[in-house]
Design a binder for this molecule. Structure first.
Ligand SMILES: Cc1ncc(C[n+]2csc(CCOP(=O)(O)OP(=O)(O)O)c2C)c(N)n1
Ligand code: SF4
Length: 248
């Protein structure tokens, strides 16, 4: 039998609790692989969010801390300042980072904290039943916008990568997606680069990852991947929004 995918030392091997077709697991794998490839797993501290990834501390094979809803960048700041030799990352959903935790991430970026944020944008609050998130698309039906998000009532989707890229303390900001093999490979490169920026002491780094939530989108796993391509990417374009000065 040909083995296509070997387990990575960066994950504990505990089966994920995520729904079928959810790409949280793919993103976990990419972060874990990056930490192993950079040889920093043993000195990494990850900060978990509140949301579907709340149990990420069960999956990553490094030290992990659970933070209150939205407060992961503050916890990461404390860890990195006390233990500057550690590689520190937060893993946060859009409800966690772009709603209750907006101030935390904005000011961590403004302070140029030498931490890395992996921001999982699935356009809804997944864990709590599919309510509208700041990233919900205009017209998108959710449990709190049953007729579709209306701009007059709920405003526009928040474009986190673009917003953080305007902050001087942010050194590297990119948006990627994990809806196809090609995009997954690109996502891995962006996550690797974000950690390298941290290791070089250049400042705050953030990778926004467009992810699926087939359960709350009411789609099958293949339909959800297509939805990312056709609906999300036009609103949240992929690419690098900020790279460290002097680097292409
Ligand atoms: C202070 C506080 N407010 C609200 C909640 C409830 N809550 C738990 S998870 C969640 C939404 C998470 O959504 P998101 O961050 O987008 O992550 P996902 O589940 O989609 O991965 C909310 C509102 C909470 N735990 N704590
Ligand atoms: S509810 Fe959505 S985000 Fe949460 S595990 Fe299921 S598919 Fe993933």
């Amino acid at each position: 039998m040909t083995v296509c995918l070997k387990p990575t030392a960066g994950l504990t091997g505990k089966p994920f609790h995520y729904c079928p077709g959810c790409t949280h697991g793919v993103i976990h794998r990419l972060v874990a692989e990056a930490l192993v490839e950079l040889g920093v797993l043993e000195r990494t501290v990850g900060i978990c969010p509140v949301g579907c990834a709340v149990f990420a501390y069960e999956y990553f094979n490094c030290d992990m801390i659970e933070a209150a809803h939205g407060r992961a960048p503050a916890v990461a700041t404390g860890v990195k300042r006390v233990l500057p030799d550690r590689v520190v990352f937060t893993y946060q959903g859009d409800g966690d980072l772009a709603a209750i935790g907006t101030a935390e991430v904005v000011h961590a970026a403004a302070r140029g904290e030498k931490i890395t944020t992996v921001f999982v944008n699935n356009a809804v609050y997944g864990m709590t039943g599919g309510q509208m998130a700041p990233t919900t698309l205009v017209g998108q039906k959710t449990t709190t916008t049953p007729f579709g998000r209306q701009v007059a009532e709920a405003g526009y989707p928040l474009k986190v990568a673009e917003m953080i890229a305007t902050i001087d303390g942010a050194a590297f900001v990119a948006r990627v997606a994990v809806n196809s093999p090609k995009n997954i490979l690109r996502a891995k490169q962006a996550i690797l680069r974000a950690f390298k920026v941290q290791l070089a002491g250049r400042g705050f780094s953030l990778v926004e990852v467009l992810s699926t939530c087939p359960t709350n989108w009411g789609l099958s796993p293949p339909e959800a991947l297509k939805w990312v391509e056709e609906k999300m990417i036009p609103v949240f374009p992929l690419g690098e929004f900020k790279v460290p000065e002097g680097e292409g």
